[in-house]
Design a binder for this molecule. Structure first.
Ligand code: ATP
Ligand code: MG
Length: 369
């Protein structure tokens, strides 16, 4: 009896490009797994298409829904070539505004090789001991080098400069998030260890040395978890050569952005990689990919990143509300996705197959049943 269980209201923005098709797929799968009335998807507008129609990229009702409902799910935003009157691209503005308005300071990118997916890294597959590749990148999402966006200087076509901002408060909260996450994962590594790796360039820049020292201070609150350090250049090599060493990686905004794309490529790419942007009180989930306008509206997109982002959302809600049934539903969806990928009858286009978005969705719904 569903009515006895708590239900959740989800602010849902379909967005641009492939956003609507992958979002509908994720909604169908989540509804099926969780039972009829546990999830109420409240559709709200936003994105570049909405800007073209109305002059607003993030309407007030959408911001209010993302703030006041239980969680937010987002398809994708951005269409190339659409600009504000001053000539700057609208691009990802919806997302950036939500990030700052809701203070979503942790950008969480699980890098997990699912069964049935071939990694470009030789010798890695999900059936090997320890699961092969299974770590999480926690990217600081509100400061770092990208804090300079819109504030950089360009002088007489001769000199340009941006500044990197690292604050104690900003670093403490994202570091704490990373250590807590490692604790919740409970020793996911092959050697049973819990480990947070701090990714920086502390050897070169003062701001990164500060980032590292604040992470060190926060680490004292978590004696059961190891701390480890990697320079941003070196970690690109390690993520290819020994990805199974990593549990949780915490990184400054730009480094986190770069290694998140690298990590996604080792487990099947953006079309299969979920992401969550999480703050103390709010969270927004969406696939790691963009709006992919080249394939939009053709039923060619892979819905897997969107579905797995929905899984992340269910786990976040389950954790927050102590809802074990919801955590089990999340688990069942992930298993169903793995079953479909492992069976290999339906392979999405970005993984070299021919399955349409609708076919992938139906196959996953069947695997759930
Ligand atoms: P953004 O600027 O928003 O980061 P991007 O320029 O990095 O976007 P994406 O839209 O993420 O580009 O995707 C790049 C290409 O990868 C797309 O044009 C598309 O061909 C492919 N792609 C992305 N997502 C998917 C998906 N879910 N399924 C299939 N192919 C995809
Ligand atoms: Mg991109």
């Amino acid at each position: 009896n569903d009515t006895a269980k708590p239900s959740y209201r989800i602010a849902t923005i379909e967005g641009d490009g492939i956003g609507p098709e992958v979002t509908r797929s994720a909604m169908a799968v989540l509804k099926e797994a969780c039972g009829g009335n546990r999830l109420d998807f409240v559709m709200v507008p936003g994105g570049v298409g909405h800007y073209q129609a109305t002059g607003k990229v993030l309407p007030a009702e959408t911001l209010a829904a993302c703030r006041d409902l239980d969680a937010a799910l987002h398809g994708a935003a951005g269409l190339p070539g659409v600009t504000y009157p001053d000539g700057t691209e609208v691009g990802n503005e919806l997302h950036l505004q939500l990030r700052f308005q809701l203070d979503l300071y942790a950008n969480v990118r699980p890098i997990k090789l699912l069964k049935g997916v071939r990694s470009p890294l030789r010798d890695h597959d999900a059936t090997m001991a320890g699961g092969g590749i299974d770590y999480v990148i926690v990217r600081e999402n509100t400061e770092g080098l990208y804090a300079s966006r819109g504030a950089g200087v360009l002088l007489r076509g001769e000199f340009a400069s941006d500044s990197l901002v690292v604050t104690r408060k900003g670093t403490e909260r994202v570091a704490r998030f990373a250590f807590e996450l490692s604790g919740k994962r409970g020793g996911a590594l092959r050697d049973g260890k819990r480990r947070v790796t701090v990714c920086d360039k502390a050897n070169i820049l003062r701001s990164y040395a500060f980032f590292r020292s604040v992470c060190d201070e926060v680490h004292r609150e978590f004696p059961g978890i190891d701390i480890d350090y990697a320079y941003a250049d070196a970690i690109t090599v390690h993520l290819l050569k020994k990805p199974d060493f990593y549990d949780v990686i915490v990184a400054e905004n730009m480094f986190g952005d770069i290694i998140s794309d690298l990590g996604a490529a080792t487990v099947g790419g953006m079309g299969i990689s979920p992401s969550g942007e999480i703050g103390d009180d709010h969270a927004l989930f969406q696939g790691a990919h963009g709006s992919a306008p080249d394939i939009a509206g053709q039923d060619l997109a892979s819905p897997i990143a969107a579905i797995l982002s929905g899984v992340m959302m269910l786990r976040w809600l389950a954790d927050r509300h102590g809802d074990e049934a919801l955590a089990r539903d999340a688990e069942r969806i992930e298993r169903a996705v793995e079953t479909v990928l492992e069976t290999g009858e339906h392979v999405p286009t970005d993984l070299g197959g021919k399955a349409r978005c609708s076919e992938m969705t139906e196959a996953i719904l069947r695997a759930l049943a």
